[in-house]
Design a protein around this ligand. Sequence first.
Ligand code: SF4
Length: 369
Amino acid sequence: MFSDELLKYDWDEITARIASKTAADVERALAARRPAIDDFMALVSPAAAPYLEQMAAKSRALTQKRFGKTVSMYIPMYITNSCTNSCVYCGFNRHNKQPRVVLDPEQIEAECRAIRRLGPFENLLLVTGENPHVAGTDYLERALQVCRPYFSNLTIEVMPLASEDYLRLTRSGLNGVVCFQETYHRERYKVYHPAGMKSNFEWRVNGFDRMGQAGVHKIGMGVLIGLEDWRTDVTMMAMHLRYLQARYWRTRYSVNFPRLRPSESGYQPNVVMTDRELAQLTFAFRIFDEDVDISVSTREKPDFRDHMATLGATSMSAGSRTEPGGYETYPQALEQFAVSDDRSPAEVADALRRAGCEVVWKDWDKVFD
Ligand code: SF4
């Protein structure tokens, strides 16, 4: 399990190694045929900042070689904001006295129809808070069954599950699982996640092994930028990615690095990442791994998203509502965070085409399940 692997690494030592990288290290990383973790550290280090143009050019070339100019579109559907956790940065925190919503199957179906009216989406991301009493495996299985006729590809972003639950959901039409580790800093993790099942660092970080063991087709990983030193966090995520690829090699992987946005929690980020740094990270990940799908969040501004889609990112959401029932049933319910890109799906698609991208709504079919 990855929690054991992680014990081999010391957070402060990795932070110091990244800070010590030089221009020569960056140039070596840029020339590497298959960059190693040490190269990745150089590419995300402050020493790489003057190399942003070279990194962008290499990232663009690698992305086009592997993905063409495609950008895969998806849309999230929040089906409950009920949560038993206390993540200090999140609007769904259980201490937030806002009304909670758990969509029933009829309401989920109404949301499916509303999304289909918004655009030709075939990739759906079902999102819940973490409350096993109201949104456990039975509820998720029913939700997948309701959504299946409307979409070709179903991904969930829910509480970490047991391997047998992932397997069961896979048999009910699940194609992918997204889970955010938030931070790999084991001690500080407990400060941000003080109570509830999410406070169990090992259960969360080992959830990716359980997904791999269950044969989940695609695993999405992410850290939340704004908690701890982002360079160290993404380096540990890169190590985690390599670890998973070596063991669960039939699975595809995606990465995402959202920056903290304002929410009902009122939490202010500890660490601020600039747009240039987020671009550097996107390019570094592409150079590190040609195959990984890189998603760019609706937390980012339209111009930035469009730009990243031409340089390294390969998937994005559009028209997103981050409140359960937000497309049709409860447009005013509690949202998880404020989005920065509020363009319609058609406007996003038009902007991407003008930037030279090919917008892909469907790249999977139920027949492959
Ligand atoms: S981040 Fe997830 S688990 Fe934490 S409070 Fe928000 S919805 Fe719940």
